[in-house]
Design a protein around this ligand. Structure first.
Ligand code: BGC
Length: 963
């Protein structure tokens, strides 16, 4: 856009900045004419240095604008399959009323051996009490065997086809549901659900589980029956999913002709659900699980793809496959349909041909809808693909779609459409299998050697109709079996039915994600070779910008584990964990990890987008929910908001982003929301003391009073707000927030600080928060630091902090001159410590708890034992800043502080970071007893180098060696 650059056509320039006298060199905001929708712009820049010398013009860069207005989509309509949601979608053999459907059989039996057993028939009984007459009920059952079902003695179909009769058979009060199962030649086990809706709209229901009765003889006397044995959730091996529960993916296609070759073409596309777009037999783009996750009622992202090369003169096809995703699939433990039940597509293909003609293909009622191989796909449960059902060539011209239905136009409600803000989810790494083990019964256990998030791609060959199952888990139990208990409701199982291609075929799911290190293959049709199986690692396509390694093998591994934790949990939103039936944007976890995350990857786009999710979820009264997008409080579920250290993410994350990248925009966008949050804090405190509630120092080994933690964070939030306001020149607001900080601080001191800097409860976290948030007066600090050190010493140099205390623990020790103790904690490898999982637990990611697994107790509570929770990885910030010695001295690293902290246990360290100004590196070594430091700073930055025992030295950009 700049005048004078011969390589940029400036005849229709929209902006010429002219010569600007400034030393600002990054994040210069566009200040030209308003840009137009769907337009490509190029631009270039040159600089004049202090001696007046002009640089060359930079290689022109370009960007393209999105569709600005709703009217740009004119003619594009939402389309769905005519039978959507489809009766099959209502079949629920996974959950009813928040309880799992389980596969059950005779007690102490083994359904794997049911074939050999002499039992001819097995009878089952369950009870359900209802307070009112049901208005609707659906009975479903599957036993992989012949089965008869009865409600209060009346025999009824159990396949969802007789809702009215099932409803009529139920009565107010106690009801008995019973089954008679006749096993055939293959293993049998019963999974059944009764989903009941009562007159007042409330739900009741019954699921098979270990409370059912089972017997090999029918008898009216329940005393003759025994408790059934549960073999796991519906869908676990060897039965897999019942075909009753399939919800096939809609395949949508539209054929059209072009009279000339294509000069340029763009596909603008989104879905309610997730989609994979296709053009002329090709997948469009490399993105997965588009359009990803937002609060769809607040905003719905769409994607833009350059499809010029995929189109041609003559017949063409544009199409898409849809699946449930976050919109209609299982989210957390709340089951399906959190946002809606109809998977829908919105697409607009704009083509400019070589003759200057323009063709637009919109999604509308002229599209056709069919089905294909994808029979079921759920983010948590996995995917079922029957390759025999794939209509080959469906996405190419000439396919006979005569049997396909006409798409139905729908008008679903959703928030405004907007161009996607976050980086897309892509396959960013591939890992080969490290080892495999074939069990006696033929199951194959594959170990990828790394806990990862993604899915498995499998090459195989076999007969048409052969069914293979792939199960996933992060760990093995003490019998060497997949440890699936910790996955809770997530079935994490893919199934593939072979097409029977003579030359072999490849299975790769496309609408599910698993968190796993191990994959078990059940019923593989031949001999698996290691090279036939690959793990595809998917995460948000963020730029890796930071690297750190050092001479300490375990610490370097810890750093890698932190990075893997980030990869696994930065998919659509920053999640607590990627494997079990949770996977939510927990605000506390994201807040504590944000600064570390900002070192490893450029998370400006990823967390910047999540800040929209968070602000979208803020309540009118200013409170902020525990998770964003907020699914905890939907559908009348209790209002979950305002927890200390969690809700404060609304102030902390923007500040961390600003410090790391220096971009004021996130601050400007956030400040009003932060202000509202501060208002809520005052309203909901008594004399500035926060209530004794919230998660407080979650998962700490010693609990700190909740009101102490909450009040400390209330002060901190006000302080973050003041800093944010100051940075963007809102001075009066800054003063107001400073006053709030001072008020909360005074209240905190009066309530929780005793003479001589003693902090109530005396826990490590109490001291850490009081010191880190400057809640103690200067003269009190030394005694508080000593009390903290004494506490650590009394625990034989162990920490006892949880989610909120841990991130600041080493920072506080370092700030107050006790980096020796900080290192002692960091290098500790008995429990609880950062290195315990590395040294004793073969960890390849960060664990949820200090003792997710331990030598002495094995696995922690299976209800909450994740091996991929990044919160304790927040120590990564300290590793970069203090061990590595690379810290921002001003927002965005315009000024860099280089101050490595040395310890005898580490002889060298290498740290590098791609800052907005360019690459910074800090390498140090103490080899041979000599300290040597190499620093490299990019143009237009300054540094401040602290050598051990000396005054800091100021440097400008360039390469330096200190010794
Ligand atoms: C999540 C945490 C989260 C917590 C809130 C858990 O279920 O996994 O990481 O922050 O709930 O207490």
């Amino acid at each position: 856009m700049a005048e004078g650059d011969p390589r940029v056509d400036s005849s229709n320039a929209v902006w010429d900045s002219g010569v600007v006298e400034s030393n600002e060199s990054v994040d210069i905001a566009y200040a030209g004419d308003a840009l137009s929708s769907r337009t490509r712009y190029s631009w270039s820049v040159r600089v004049t240095d202090e001696s007046g010398t002009d640089s060359d013009w930079a290689e022109p860069a370009c960007f393209e604008t999105a569709l600005y207005d709703a009217s740009d989509w004119q003619g594009a309509e939402w389309i769905v399959a005519p039978n959507e949601p489809g009766t099959e979608g209502e079949h629920n053999l996974d959950w009813v009323g928040g309880r799992h459907v389980e596969r059950i059989w005779l007690p102490a039996g083994d359904f794997l051996e049911a074939v050999d057993s002499t039992v001819e028939q097995v009878f089952f009984r369950g009870h359900v009490k209802v307070e009112q007459q049901p208005t609707r009920a659906r009975l479903l059952a599957d036993a992989d065997a012949e089965l008869r079902a009865f409600v209060n003695g009346t025999e009824l179909p159990a396949d969802g086809t007789a809702d009215d009769r099932v409803t009529a058979a139920l009565t107010e009060g106690d009801n008995v549901v019973s089954f008679a199962v006749t096993p055939g030649d293959t293993p049998a086990a019963l999974a059944a659900s009764l989903d009941i809706t009562l007159a007042d709209g409330t739900k009741a229901g019954l699921v098979t589980d270990g409370t059912w009765l089972a017997s090999s003889a029918d008898s009216d006397n329940e005393a003759d029956w025994k408790l059934a044995e549960s073999f796991g959730h519906h869908g676990t091996a060897p039965h897999g999913r019942s075909p009753l529960t399939y919800r096939p993916s809609p395949y949508l296609r539209r054929e059209f002709a072009l009279d000339a070759g294509v000069r340029s073409a763009r596909l603008y596309v989104t879905a309610l659900g997730v989609y994979e777009a296709r053009v002329n037999g090709h997948r469009v783009g490399d993105d997965h699980l588009t359009p990803s996750w937002t609060d769809y009622a607040s905003r719905l992202p769409y994607q833009t793809y350059d499809v010029t090369d995929l189109l041609h003169e003559g017949g063409n096809v544009v199409g898409a496959v849809l699946a449930d995703g976050w919109y209609a699939g299982n989210v957390c433990w709340f089951g399906t349909f959190q946002y809606g039940d109809k998977r829908a597509l919105l697409a607009r293909l704009e083509i400019e041909d070589e003759d200057g003609g323009r063709t637009v293909v919109n999604s509308d009622g002229s599209w056709h809808v069919g089905e294909g191989a994808t029979r079921y796909a759920d983010l948590q449960n996995g995917e079922v693909v029957d390759a025999r059902a794939e209509p080959l060539g469906w996405d190419e011209p000439g396919f006979d779609a005569g049997a396909w239905a006409q798409a139905r136009v729908d008008t679903p409600s959703h928030g405004p459409l907007e161009a996607q803000k976050a980086p897309p989810i892509r396959v960013e790494h591939e890992l080969p299998a490290e080892a495999m083990h074939v069990r006696e019964d033929g199951r194959i256990l594959v170990d990828f050697g790394q806990n990862l998030v993604g899915w498995v791609k499998l090459d195989l060959r076999g007969e048409a109709g052969h069914r293979v199952m792939l199960r996933h888990a992060e760990a093995l139990d003490h019998n060497g079996e997949l440890y699936i208990e910790a996955l809770r409701g997530a079935r994490a199982t893919d199934e593939y039915v072979l097409r029977g291609e003579a030359g072999g075929e490849t299975f790769e799911p496309r609408f599910t994600v698993h968190g796993f290190r191990f994959c078990e293959i059940v019923n593989h049709p031949g001999e698996l070779r290691l090279q036939d199986i690959t793990a595809r690692v998917a995460h948000a396509a963020m730029e890796p910008i930071g690297e750190h390694s050092n001479s300490h093998e375990h610490l370097t591994k810890l750093q890698q584990n932190i990075v893997w934790g980030q990869r696994g949990n930065f998919l659509a939103v920053p999640t607590d964990c990627p494997q079990r039936d949770e996977r939510l944007g927990w605000t506390g976890d994201a807040q504590v990890f944000a600064s570390t995350a900002a070192f490893n990857y450029d998370v400006r786009g990823f967390l910047g987008k999540w800040m929209y999710d968070l602000r979208d979820s803020q309540y009118e009264d200013g409170s902020v929910p525990h998770v964003a997008p907020d699914v905890l409080t939907r559908d009348g579920r209790a209002n979950e908001a305002g927890a200390a250290g969690w809700a404060d993410a609304i102030a902390i994350v923007p500040l961390e982003l600003y410090r790391a990248y220096g971009d004021r925009r996130v601050v400007e966008e956030s400040l009003d929301a932060v202000d509202k949050w501060l208002g809520f804090l005052v309203e909901n405190s008594e004399g500035f003391i926060r209530p004794d509630a919230g998660f407080a120092d979650w998962l700490a080994f010693t609990q700190t009073p909740k009101n102490l933690v909450a009040t400390a964070f209330s002060a901190f939030a006000a302080r973050c707000a003041a800093e944010l306001a100051r940075e963007i020149g809102r001075t009066e607001d800054a003063q107001r927030f400073e006053t709030q900080y001072a008020n909360v601080r005074a209240a905190f001191r009066a309530r929780f600080v005793r003479g001589g800097g003693k902090v109530v409860s005396g826990t490590q976290t109490a001291y850490v928060l009081a010191l880190h948030f400057d809640l103690l007066d200067e003269h009190e600090q030394p005694r508080a630091v000593q009390a903290l050190v004494d506490n650590i010493a009394a625990r034989n140099w162990h920490l006892s902090t949880g989610f909120l205390g841990t991130p600041y623990l080493l920072q506080v020790l370092t700030r107050f001159g006790r980096e020796d103790i900080a290192y002692r904690l960091l290098l500790q490898d008995t429990m609880p410590s950062w290195l315990y999982p590395v040294v004793h637990g073969e960890a390849t990611t960060m664990w949820e708890r200090w003792d997710s697994w331990s030598d002495s107790h094995g696995f922690q509570d299976p209800g909450m034992t994740s091996f991929n929770h990044y919160a304790y990885g927040a120590v990564g910030e300290w590793i970069y800043r203090e061990l590595g010695g690379l810290a921002p001295g001003s927002p965005g690293y315009r000024h860099v502080v280089i101050r490595p902290r040395l310890t005898a246990s580490i002889s060298w360290s290498k740290t590098s970071l791609e800052t907005p100004y360019g690459p910074v590196s800090v390498n140090w070594s103490t080899a041979g007893g000599e300290f040597a430091l190499q620093v490299s700073l990019p143009a237009n930055t300054t540094g401040e180098v602290w050598l051990p025992g000396q005054e800091p030295v100021r440097i400008g950009s360039g390469e330096y060696t200190f010794g």
